[in-house]
Design a binder for this molecule. Structure first.
Ligand SMILES: [Zn+2]
Length: 387
């Protein structure tokens, strides 16, 4: 799944009436219930219970057709990932599907806007990264997306091979030193070629995270050549044989990517709590976050994967509230209940191009002390924000 694919979903409008259908389907073939197209039966059950839960009227206009399109698609679908997300918007005929690397909870939703929180969680938990595998003369590049690995490049340095310089007797010491220097220079020249390729790879694939693989000696040489900007993207280093299979490369890189994700979560949560306590550029707690999202001030949203809260939404301008009010504070229209306002916050933040970070485990427990949700705010001035 590429970032630009999801961006198309995140920029979808919210509608004035219910006309969008979102379906998340667990299609994991390692689960017994999903074999023999069990996921298709589960979709049918979800669809009929959705129809039963809504009373016929303007609110269900287009629902039958949307359900039909999803059922049609799923009936011809061969599972590749472990989860499947399908989206339909009857207002303009929009249809999209995304494959997910992990088993999702089955969900169906007929609403004014697409249900994107599970997708945003998946993107955040399985952020793309690259694996750079090098030795003295060769380079292999892998791109990991949603926990799936693709080998992108295998190349040998144009500068040619470097040889191991055998140690010789004392008579040849001088010549041996000379050869050693030549070999070292050749390795550095090769590594500079590698660096150019890695730069290109990071740029074209829009990667923010890299795992370096090879022997410790070659990696330490390579590290010396890395410009600061690229060095910052390195999330881990690992020993790996040059002829490792892609599956082997993934299995050594995966724990590093996970550990890095966990440590970013802890760091972000601590930062947001600290900034909010100093009344700085952040807020925590649902009430403050709702206010920030309503006034388009969220730069990055941080929320616990377990946090769920009911709330209210303005029928006209889609502003969000924790408690029922007789009229929307922003436009004076009526408000209606939403079962989980956290989903809405995530969707609104995405639509307003804020970043989202879902946190789990230890970071989630810490964020609970701040109400399970927080946000870094945009600066009011046009000051440049250091990234
Ligand atoms: Zn309003």
């Amino acid at each position: 799944m590429k970032r630009e694919d999801v961006f198309a979903l995140f920029s979808r409008p919210d509608r004035k009436r219910r006309c969008t259908l979102s379906v998340y389907l667990n299609v994991d073939q390692s689960q017994h219930d999903n074999l023999n197209r069990g996921f298709e039966r589960q979709l049918k059950e979800m669809a009929s219970s959705l129809r039963r839960s809504l009373k016929e009227g303007p609110e269900t206009e287009g629902l039958a057709s949307a359900l039909h399109r999803v059922a049609d698609f799923v009936s011809a679908y061969t599972p590749e990932g472990r989860g499947l997300a399908v989206f339909v918007d009857e207002a303009d005929g929009f249809f999209a599907r995304r494959e997910l690397a992990f088993p999702v909870t089955n969900q169906i939703r007929w609403d004014r806007e697409l249900l994107l929180q599970p997708l945003a969680n998946a993107l955040d938990q399985f952020e793309d990264y690259g694996i750079v595998l090098i030795d003295r003369t060769k380079l292999r590049l892998f791109h990991v997306q949603q926990d799936k690995i693709e080998e992108v490049l295998y190349t040998e340095a144009r500068g040619g091979r470097t040889r191991h310089v055998k140690s010789t007797g004392p008579d040849h010491a001088e010549s041996s030193n000379h050869n050693q220097r030549r070999a070292d220079n050749q390795i550095r020249a090769n590594l500079r070629e590698v660096l150019a390729q890695v730069n290109e790879f990071v740029k074209t694939r829009q990667l923010n995270r890299l795992v370096l693989a090879g022997t410790p000696e070659i990696l330490s040489e390579f590290h010396k050549l890395l410009p600061a900007r690229l060095a910052l993207t390195v999330i881990g280093e690992t020993l790996l044989s040059m002829d490792a299979s892609p599956a082997q490369a993934l299995s050594v890189a995966r724990p590093l990517a996970k550990a890095y994700e966990r440590s970013t979560e802890v760091e972000k949560v601590n930062d947001v709590l600290t900034a909010a306590a100093k009344k700085g550029k952040a807020v925590v707690g649902l009430d403050h976050v709702l206010e920030a999202v309503n006034s388009d001030r969220v730069w990055e949203l941080i929320y616990s994967n377990e946090f769920v809260a009911p709330g209210f939404e303005c029928a006209e301008c889609a502003a969000l509230f924790m408690s029922s009010t007789s009229s929307c504070a922003y436009c004076g229209s009526g408000v209606q209940p939403v079962s989980n306002v956290v989903e809405r916050v995530v969707e609104h933040a995405l639509r307003k191009q804020a970043k989202v970070e879902v946190v789990t485990g230890e970071a989630s427990a810490t964020l609970a002390t701040g109400g399970g949700i927080g946000a870094f705010l945009k600066t009011r001035t046009k000051a440049v924000v250091a990234v």
